[in-house]
Write a protein of this length. Structure first.
Length: 116
């Protein structure tokens, strides 16, 4: 059983910052990639940022220069530092891991609301 627990969401004013955390636990042999996705009401879920086991990162254009994804020392934790938040960043943010030989797993999501 693989479990992902996200934390760090909430309400913030435009221009503010938040840091999301996601901890993966369970029978995971190896994680090849971790990432953050978001889904706003009426929209499809979209990629925000990903990081591979080798440290390569990828960001959606709207997040570049404002968001930073990183992995914890334990390698089962991923963070998303979000600065200069905008109202259009409002969404439910989901953590996803890709476990080698096991597939993808998703967290339950955490709400971020950015007020103008």
């Amino acid at each position: 059983q693989v479990r992902l627990v996200e934390s760090g969401g909430g309400l913030v004013q435009a221009g503010g910052s938040l840091r999301l955390s996601c901890v993966a636990s369970g029978s995971i042999f190896s994680i090849s990639a971790m990432g953050w996705y978001r889904q706003a009401p009426g929209n499809q879920r979209e990629l925000v940022a990903t990081i591979t086991s080798g440290g390569s990162t990828n960001y959606v254009d709207s997040a570049k220069g404002r968001f930073t994804i990183s992995r914890g020392n334990a390698k089962n934790t991923v963070y998303l530092q979000m600065n200069s938040l905008k109202p259009e960043d409002t969404a439910v943010y989901y953590c996803k891991i890709t476990a080698r030989g096991m597939g993808d797993y998703w967290g339950q999501g955490t709400q971020i609301t950015v007020s103008s």
